[in-house]
Design a binder for this molecule. Structure first.
Ligand SMILES: NC(=O)c1ccc[n+]([C@@H]2O[C@H](COP(=O)([O-])OP(=O)(O)OC[C@H]3O[C@@H](n4cnc5c(N)ncnc54)[C@H](OP(=O)(O)O)[C@@H]3O)[C@@H](O)[C@H]2O)c1
Length: 274
């Protein structure tokens, strides 16, 4: 389990919510899906004010109504709202939509034009006010984290694109964060259900364990103890699979198969993002 700077541990496996609240499925079905995930132990929920312009946060509010305790709630502020006053107001709106008093981890979704130092000031004020418990960033590379200066010690996560298809962060960002006690949250770990899940090597590894390719892809992200993986699923069958992926341990032979198909980075690349 990844450990936050204050020693709190966070679940290694969580649930994403991007595209929830957009109407593809009913909100009730999506809330049921998140509740199923919670019942199966995926107690971290990741959302953002951006998702369905608040719609996903409302779905999360429905899902956790009456069961806030035991849920680790993550949300994100838009870069254009990440000024001192803007972040305070955005956080209040998120709290209202989710019908909670506190967000456990509040992230800057990606860097925008407001100085990082000002966003951190806002986050610290939100912490003092009890509106958030921890703050962190998303889509930040090593140079962004270095820019935080001493505040890096209080940065509770960097949420980045990390999957077999996107391994660039392994070159420097993952070791940098591990060395400074900043947990990584891996987003899009199953490649958004696309071509990654059809890859021959992933199927080969999945077959060895009698699991699905998605489970193998999630287990791969979880091989690093500093990583929390946040697959999004609305289909109950997917949720059951994803929850069970937390107990899959890939062998050195599995990792070698996957390395041969998805080469680890050998040089610095700019951090990929969606
Ligand atoms: N910080 C950022 O900038 C950022 C960017 C992207 C994502 N995120 C966060 O990370 C979460 C996950 O990323 P993501 O939603 O982009 O992609 P993802 O979790 O890699 O993929 C989600 C897609 O894969 C399908 N899926 C899930 N489990 C599956 C399984 N076991 N077998 C087959 N298909 C499966 C889902 O289908 P169903 O829904 O039909 O089950 C959905 O279409 C997001 O929801 C969001 O919370 C953050």
């Amino acid at each position: 389990m990844p450990r936050l700077p204050d020693g709190t541990t966070i679940p290694a496996l969580g649930q994403g919510t991007w595209h929830m609240g957009e109407g593809a499925r009913s909100r009730a079905e999506e809330a049921d899906a998140l509740r199923l995930g919670l019942d199966l132990g995926m107690s971290l929920i990741d959302t953002a004010e951006m998702y369905a312009e608040g719609g996903a946060e409302e779905v999360v509010g429905d899902a956790i109504a009456g069961r806030r305790k035991g849920v680790f709630l993550v949300s994100k502020v838009y870069p254009h709202n990440a000024s001192r006053r803007g972040a305070m107001a955005a956080c209040e709106r998120s709290l209202k939509r989710m019908r909670v008093e506190t967000i456990d981890l509040y992230l800057l979704h990606w860097r925008g034009s407001h100085p990082l130092s000002e966003t951190v000031e806002a986050f610290e004020a939100l912490k003092r006010a009890g509106k958030i418990r921890h703050w962190g960033v998303s889509n930040c590379d090593v140079d962004d984290l270095e820019e935080l200066g001493p505040a890096l010690a209080d940065c509770a996560a960097d949420q980045v694109l990390y999957s077999l298809e996107h391994r660039g962060a392994e070159f420097d960002l993952l070791p940098f964060c591990a060395g400074r006690g900043v947990p990584i949250m891996a987003y899009s770990p199953v490649g958004q259900g696309g071509k990654l899940l059809r890859h021959r090597a992933l199927h080969e590894v999945a077959q060895r364990h009698a699991i699905t390719p998605a489970q193998a892809a999630i287990a791969w992200t979880l091989r690093d103890p500093n990583v929390t993986s946040i697959p999004k699923a609305s289909d109950p069958a997917h949720i059951r699979q994803n929850a069970a992926a937390g107990t899959v341990r890939l062998s050195p032979a599995d990792l070698a198969t996957l390395d041969a198909a998805f080469a680890p980075p050998t040089r610095k690349r700019g951090l990929a993002m969606l």
